[in-house]
Design a protein around this ligand. Sequence first.
Ligand SMILES: [Zn+2]
Length: 266
Amino acid sequence: MIPLRRPPASGDLLRLCADRTERIRQLGATSKAAQEQWKAGTEAKAGIRELLVRMAPGVERCMYCLDSVGTDIDHFEPKSRRPLRTFCWHNHLLACSRCNSNYKREEYPCDDFGQCLLIDPSVDDPADHLTLLPASGEFEALTRKGEETLRVFGLNRPELLLGRQDAYIGCCDVMTAWHKNMLMDEVEGARRRAYALHREPFADVLRALEDLGRLPHAALLLGSAELAEAVAAWLAARAGSVPSDSLTRTLPATRSEFPANLRALP
Ligand SMILES: [Zn+2]
């Protein structure tokens, strides 16, 4: 998981959602009423999905595993638990069917004070609760919320570990090649590799690589002085501290702005 910025919903979409919520209320605010209205609310769902796609990392990736395409609109707090939040924009995230239907399902664990014990990437910074060891692809929990998130979403399932291991190799190779492009002032090559890094599934692997690059002795931790220099240059370019316009404009501004940048590509 990585932190995600939730865009505001339009007035039209909020009105559509409010109408559906009112109908659920009039029908008794039951789980059945929520299910029926969700099934019927195609216009509201289309608007919600459009916003979620803009917000999703990479190319419409699942906001939990960051691997597969996000096919489902997940209700973070399940419809069955809180029917009146069925059309609440702040309760929607994009998920793959495996994370949504095979893992999370109706789970919503809470602590003794009623606070949810799952990471919401549009609210929490997942790094406060989880550490990713990118070479092994494994997450370690730092908090109880991290532990429950790993359990409920199955974030250490074998196929995700393998995917992250491969993504780490890919990120390191592309990052090094991007840096060579930058040093040679090969703007087009650098631009394409920057986009490739942002399009990769497992955006949390790129974030873990960036985090390692910020640490003292990064070359030792990354096992390569060349890679450490590349990551340092990448971080400087992202922060806008590289003076040349031709270099800084090779990078998308932020991950959450990426889908709009993608549409602008030839
Ligand atoms: Zn998923």
